[in-house]
Design a protein around this ligand. Structure first.
Ligand code: GDP
Length: 409
């Protein structure tokens, strides 16, 4: 059983949050491509993307189908939960925010923070979802990372922590300088558009990169006591300290790591995946979920040996039959096990457990706490239903969310 516990640290339940058109679908596609989950690049404009498989969605050109897709990166499993960006689907956004542990907020480098990015950001605040920011479309005419970061600072979060410097601007944008490890990350187009490769920081950008690294160190030292101590002692921060502090600040929400790139031109997606793994939490790092039974509150941690409890967040009734997407919060569920739904009072048998990949379903014998899978064979479960061990009944509570802050002019 211990292996499961170890495995959990390598799981990232991730959502991509964005204003419509900021590039969420394209970023998702590029993530699936970069992780080898799909072998053919989907293009939004010709309607072949993998995540947007609802015909209604294709017609409308907006992402409304909250699909979950699993992919692998650097020894980690990333469960991508697609969250709708359109305000009309606030319930779906809310349900997906409940089941994910971290998110990437995507911004358009020309438009910066847009009204919907602000409302989704506030919702994520209310659910305490740790986030990193990705300023996309740096290849566009008029793209400006600094201006986008200013709009994040002014409208969303007072402490954006910029960890990259773009190499080239607009059409000449070719990659980024990683300010934590002080190396350039560029795509090797000569090698057939392979993965991003590390290179020395271009001489022309060296001074600027050093200046920005200094700004990053100072900002982190201001926010994190361990960084402050090292900074006072040595007047600089090591890459290891910087990375560890950035991870802490992301998880507490005291700072927001900002990355940049162009999903369109495959620049910056791999460093984004590295940042997801490095900074966003695993199911072990998030607070235990709360539930009630007969008036008594219970807490369930992400422990594979605890009684089973899961939340259904999406039911897909098309194609291969009824599939209920669930987040397992505690315990283990095996194929053929029965689950109880306190909402309907029904006990049902799980016929199959599947991991949803972009282009196929992988059959599993069981799923453990922290995982996101789909269950086949359940007729009564709806989005929002709790499913639990009949021997340990529990109704997962709606999380207590902070009221939105009303600012008084
Ligand atoms: P979504 O509505 O947030 O899912 O955004 P999409 O991924 O559908 O992207 C909206 C439009 O922006 C599409 O026409 C994309 O091809 C385009 N787009 C996405 N990423 C980039 C990028 O990095 N650069 C440029 N120039 N266009 C992009």
């Amino acid at each position: 059983m211990r292996t499961h516990v170890t495995d959990l640290a390598t799981v990232r339940n991730l959502g991509i949050l964005a204003h419509v058109d900021a590039g969420k679908t394209t970023v998702t596609e590029r993530i699936l491509y970069a992780t080898g989950t799909t072998h053919k690049r989907g293009e939004v404009h010709d309607g072949t993307t993998v995540t947007d498989f609802d015909p209604q969605e294709r017609d409308r050109g907006i992402t409304i189908f909250a699909a979950a897709v699993s992919c692998a990166w650097a020894g980690h499993r990333i469960n991508l939960i697609d969250t709708p960006g359109h305000v009309d689907f606030a319930d779906e956004v809310e349900r997906s925010l409940r089941v994910l542990d971290g998110a990437v907020a995507v911004f358009d480098a020309v438009a910066g923070v847009e009204p919907q990015s602000e409302s989704v950001w506030r919702q994520a605040d209310r659910y305490g979802v740790p986030r990193i920011a990705f300023v996309n479309k740096l290849d566009r005419a008029g793209a400006d990372l600094d201006r986008a970061v200013d709009s994040i600072r002014e409208r969303l979060h007072p402490a954006p922590l910029v960890v990259q410097l773009p190499i080239g601007t607009e059409g000449d944008f070719t990659g980024v300088v990683d300010l934590v490890h002080m190396c350039a990350l560029v795509r090797d187009d000569d090698a057939g558009g392979g993965t991003a490769v590390q290179a020395p920081v271009p001489e022309a950008l060296r001074q600027e990169a050093l200046r920005r690294r200094r700004t990053l160190e100072e900002a982190v030292a201001e926010l994190h006591p361990a960084a402050l101590e090292e900074f006072c002692d040595r007047e600089t921060l090591s890459a290891a300290t910087l990375a560890a502090c950035l991870r802490d600040l992301t998880r507490t929400g005291d700072g927001v790591v900002v990355l940049c790139g162009s999903a369109y031109r495959d620049r910056g997606i791999e460093p984004l995946l590295d940042a997801v793994v490095a900074y966003l939490p695993s199911p072990l790092d998030v607070p235990a979920v709360r539930g009630v039974h007969e008036g008594a509150e219970q807490r369930r941690a992400a422990d594979p040996e605890a009684p089973f409890a899961a939340l259904a967040f999406k039911v897909n009734a098309s194609g291969t039959g009824r599939l209920t997407c669930v987040r397992v919060y505690s315990g283990t569920i095996g194929k053929g096990d029965t689950v109880w739904d306190p909402g309907t009072g029904r006990t049902e048998r799980v016929a199959r457990i599947v991991r949803l990949m972009a282009d196929r379903h992988v059959q599993l014998d069981r799923a453990v706490a922290g995982d996101i899978v789909a269950l086949a064979g359940l007729k009564g479960a709806r989005a929002g239903s709790t499913l639990c061990d009949p021997g340990a009944p529990l109704l997962l509570e709606r999380p207590v969310v902070a009221e939105p802050v009303v600012s008084v002019a």
